[in-house]
Write a protein that binds this ligand. Sequence first.
Ligand SMILES: CC(C)(COP(=O)(O)OP(=O)(O)OC[C@H]1O[C@@H](n2cnc3c(N)ncnc32)[C@H](O)[C@@H]1OP(=O)(O)O)[C@@H](O)C(=O)NCCC(=O)NCCS
Length: 182
Amino acid sequence: MIVLRDMIESDIEDYVRWFTTETEWGKEWDAPWEWEETTEEAERESWTEYYESVKDLPPEEPRKKFEIEFDGRHVGWVSRYFDLDHLENPEKIPAVGIDIAEQDARSHGVGTEALRQFIDYLKAQGATCVYTQTWSGNARMLRTAEKLGFVPYDRVKDLRTVRGQQYDALTLKLDLNEGEQT
Ligand SMILES: CC(C)(COP(=O)(O)OP(=O)(O)OC[C@H]1O[C@@H](n2cnc3c(N)ncnc32)[C@H](O)[C@@H]1OP(=O)(O)O)[C@@H](O)C(=O)NCCC(=O)NCCS
């Protein structure tokens, strides 16, 4: 079962691990061009600070981020942001991001279901469309977006260099009102 939930204290140590030792999700896949090495101490401090800032949010406060639990195990997160890479966003359309840091939890449908639930949440908050951004070498993310109905919106050719190869920066868009009567 896939559940989106708020952060709990024990998640802090997962983040410390995901940002210091089990970093493949970010170093190889999320945005390898912006990965920065860090230390356990720095990550523990910043994730503890982050946890303190979100732990008492009132239930009605709109969430920017949820933790993903797969069969009771914390495996990653979803988040939304408005500051797009290389694109203006004057209408403040939310962009969704996802990372399943635990490698053995990937390619079991978790990412697609977690994003589906998060997009439903954003729709309930009033979103009429959402973006997602990735790069042309991230086949799993592209397939996930395709399964959810995202369509290509913007492409910057050869903007990203990953493992010595050039890739396009991609923005995809999902219309949430498609097929609905007005
Ligand atoms: C991208 C990510 C969120 C997708 O989540 P996931 O749980 O792996 O995705 P799903 O299992 O729901 O779907 C993945 C699809 O990609 C397919 N896939 C897996 N490896 C693939 C490959 N090398 N090439 C093409 N498709 C591939 C799977 O078969 C599946 O498609 P299917 O259902 O038609 O068989 C997850 O893999 C992840 O976190 N990766 C590392 C970090 C990352 O890239 N984050 C996104 C940053 S933009």
